[in-house]
Write a protein that binds this ligand. Sequence first.
Ligand code: NOJ
Length: 538
Amino acid sequence: MICQVYPLSFQDSDGDGRGDLPGLLSRLDYLCELGIDAIWLAPVYCSPMRDFGYDVADFTGIEPCFGSLGDFDRLVQALHERGMRLVLDFVPNHTADTHPWFVASRSSRNHPQRDWYVWADAGPDGGPPNRWTSRFGGSAWEYDAGTGQYYYHAFLKEQPDLNWHNPEVRQAMAEVLRFWQARGVDGFRIDAAAVLAEDVKLREDPPKPDADGQTPEPERVERVYTDYRPEVLDWLAELRRCAEADGPSLLLGEVDGSGDRIVDFYGDAGRPILHLPLNYRLIDTDWQGPLLRETVEHYLTLLDALGPEPGTAGARQGGPGKPKGWPCWAVGSHDKPRVARTLGPERARLAALLLFTLPGTALFFAGDELGLEGCPVPSEQSRDPFERQLPGFGLNRDPQRAPMPWSDAPQAGFTTGEPWLPLEPGHEQRHVARQQRDPASMWSLYRRLIALRKAEAALGVGSCFGFFTADALLGFQRAWAGRRLQVVVNLAGTPQVHRPDDGRPARLLLSTRPDPEAPGSSEGIRLEGYEGVVLVLD
Ligand code: NOJ
């Protein structure tokens, strides 16, 4: 399982109110005790921080507010000593406008690096070359008066897009990857992986038929020509070859995980691409039993249809020669509203149960294990450029980026200074120290679930089958080497009784409640409102 750490909000060590690498180092035992296998570390590269590190000014340096390369090396070593891995955010689509590559590129139309970015002449009306929009709102083109052309930016105008059609760019980014591998990084989360290419003919993205004034402007078009271009898959496959040239490396990728085309990002035996295209369906779907079941089953079926792919953990169906795309379930990130906010605190416990009992890799955002719900930040005080450019659409990402509450020390032990974002209300009840003492806490549930996941091979590599919904119950089975487990969640607030079809006796292995009833009886298994259980079927 992988835990995403947003370094700005994890632990501050020097009182500047922003989390840093020495702070993260001082909290590694916390992550280790929880039982996680790897951390996905959001960017710590040199950056003007317009998009909090996703605007990179030097791909091989560390932003001083986070620490130094020496701190980074110490982090890698300390993680490895504890048996954990480091998956580093890798931002290949764009740079900061202060990056030396862009400074060179914009210096003259004749500069050898001009073509490292996406430049175009004005359109026929003398304005931007076309109507492409930035994902953060407004035109995706910015005029450069010095050279009389426009440059393309999928995100902020301070984040010009690299031109991935240029082999020199691909080569330069591959070298970045190798630089961090040489420092011991075990894998990469590829930022904006699906948007690396734009149509070279600059054709217009068509409007979405169902978009209206309530739709945020960037979502009013089908991104046919600015997203998910076929050449992206070739480039990602090239990155995969590069990443694995000297040994195993893990590639997670931020792709559009909602539709069926997620499978394309796995590639196939001849051209493997990503190990784990990120999938947020568990939190993006409607939590009605049949819909949730359909979402989960559909995704697993899509991945089952994939051909064998070397290098994936392929034992999901248990049979030799049947490797499949390895699933990935994520319930949070620095871009997504907190799962406990979206689903509510009770259903967030069920989401945790599903996260660790469904087949595949489980990924959560540090703080989800505390049931954090996010800190409301009014639009006018927002730090997030997304909200500042598109206020009022509910896109603000500040809430989920609120600092981790560790204890009842001032500022919840996060910093001795003024935190860069406010702590979330109620942190006094939710901080780590308090939850670690409470067997009923979300933290204790995460810990029990992770321990169970590690102890039960059926949950790790077992087959998954027998999905059912009945009233408000949803369930499925996992099996491996003769051991069979049943997972059942009650999606309603009222008690429900589960009657196994085959009447097999069942023994309770884990409940999301700290004080579960003994479940077995001839009438079936009673689940309290919003209770989830893992049973052993004898
Ligand atoms: C995706 C990142 O997760 C998000 O935080 C960022 O704003 C955009 N990519 C642009 O890099």
